[in-house]
Design a protein around this ligand. Structure first.
Ligand code: FAD
Length: 215
């Protein structure tokens, strides 16, 4: 168990609060992933004294890395897009914004042994793993999502699979979305309905071309 920010505390005589050395009220934050650490940061800004309680030896949760033969490797793949405004804002806020290095990067889609570039509207038009009608449907679907459903608050609680099937049709779903969902969330991804909204900014390259990526 790691404990971050723990300092000798003074118990409030009424037993309702604990204060740190400087009198700030202490707050326990359970979990030292990005959500817990960001919460601790905002609590500190507001004059509280957060104590982060992390179950493992390493802070960072799903965003951690590990060492392999002297090389630091992401535990999962991770990218930051320039559309991730909140994350970039948080990094600037804690003074590490200048450590982001923006690189143009590319995505590809491996289908039946052929690697198709998958970065721009032109790539989508050339995407031989789908017929022309389905390529157009994919493009219009992505345009609809990135232009009209940007925030998509009404999609909270909508099962991702149902929604994507409706929007893109069964062939596109089977070729593109189903493998993506399985590789990201595992075969029981159907339970992960809450993630629909999170992919929306990540569809942007198909519609508007590649953007900056920090890796
Ligand atoms: C394969 C994959 C790829 C991803 N790619 C991206 C990406 O490219 N860009 C992006 O922005 N996001 C990406 N994400 C998502 C991102 O990693 C997560 O959304 C984010 O790390 C979640 O942070 P969190 O703090 O909410 O939870 P977590 O990272 O899960 O942190 C929770 C922490 O709480 C600790 N904990 C749990 N229970 C307790 C307890 N009872 N007591 C104490 N500690 C506890 C855990 O050990 C963990 O450290 C990806 C996720 C995955 C799985």
């Amino acid at each position: 168990m790691s404990v971050l920010g723990a300092e000798p505390a003074v118990a409030d005589v009424r037993g309702t609060a604990m204060t740190g050395r400087d009198g700030a009220r202490r707050v326990a934050v359970i979990g030292g992933g990005i959500a817990g650490l960001a919460s601790a940061h905002f609590l500190l800004q507001r004059g509280w004294q957060p104590v982060v309680l992390e179950a493992t030896e390493q802070l960072g949760g799903l965003g951690t890395h590990f060492e392999h033969q002297g090389v630091s490797i992401d535990r999962f793949y991770h990218v930051i897009l320039d559309s991730d405004a909140d994350l970039c804002g948080l990094m600037a806020d804690i003074g590490i914004g200048d450590r982001l290095v923006w690189r143009e990067t590319g995505m590809g889609f491996l289908v039946d042994g052929t690697l198709y570039p998958f970065n721009s509207p032109a790539d989508l038009l050339r995407f031989g793993a789908l017929g022309l009608v389905d390529r157009l449907r994919t493009g219009f679907g992505a345009l609809y999502i990135t232009s009209l459903k940007k925030h998509a608050l009404d999609l909270d609680g909508v099962p991702a699979r149902d929604w994507l099937l409706r929007l893109f049709g069964p062939r596109v779903f089977q070729r593109i979305w189903d493998p993506l969902l399985r590789s990201k969330f595992g075969d029981d991804y159907i339970d992960y309905f809450k993630h629909v909204r999170r992919w929306i900014p990540r569809l942007r390259p198909w519609v508007h071309g590649p953007s900056g990526v920090a890796a």
